[in-house]
Design a protein around this ligand. Sequence first.
Ligand code: MF3
Ligand code: CO
Length: 259
Amino acid sequence: MAITVKTESQIELMRAAGNILGRVHLELSKELKEGMSTKDIDVLGEEIIRSYGCEPSFLGYQGYPASVCVSVNEEVVHGIPSAKRIIKDGDIVSLDIGVIYKGFQSDAARTHGIGEISAKARRLIADTRESFFRGIEPAVAGNHLHDISNAINHYAVRHGYGVVRDLAGHGIGRNLHEDPIVPNYRQVKNGPLLKSGMTLAVEPMLNIGSYAVKWLDDGWTVVTADRTLSAHYENTILITEDGPEILSITDEELSSYGS
Ligand code: MF3
Ligand code: CO
């Protein structure tokens, strides 16, 4: 399938979907506390998504049974919410959420620390986020897709992390997953030309240890092979002539990080 270039009216809907998703993440993050189950987080997340008149994109997607992917500590992505899994002080919790608004999708992920977390966990979360921002610096029309991959990889490797290879970002629009695949690790070829109006979900997953991952028997949960901590940071972005426009983040979140 060719990479879709969105029209101005489609871009408006992608902006609206992204704006809502940014708010969903911000609202949900403020409710996180130790003692909640990962299922509580999912239920609350779904409520917030629906309060904006959106549908949760992940619910039922290829059989996925929840609205929010909740991945704790060594879980990389696609953790399945459970009433039995209680989050505790010192955990790091990755929340991956997709919303559908008027037929258009937005996809974003954040990793949060619960209570007091270790210095290395804090660095992992901040560096994973930073690898996203470094990664999208070259996301300008006229550059190539793999400029993004190489920029993420460069930052992550320089800081000593394992960059997950078995999962990647993706094009997004009417469908959650569209062409192209957006790898987070170093690529030899340039990849496709970036054009104004392309929308991508860019989503580095960094591990404190090796890049290698495994799938648990539930068929979904991805964990680090060496069981070291992993963090995830994702936004839906729009390619323009002037650079990337991040669709799925609120001004409040942007200013809280000073970037
Ligand atoms: N951000 C994840 C991805 O792009 C979300 C998919 S989870 C699923 O793969 F449950 F919907 F599969
Ligand atoms: Co995604």
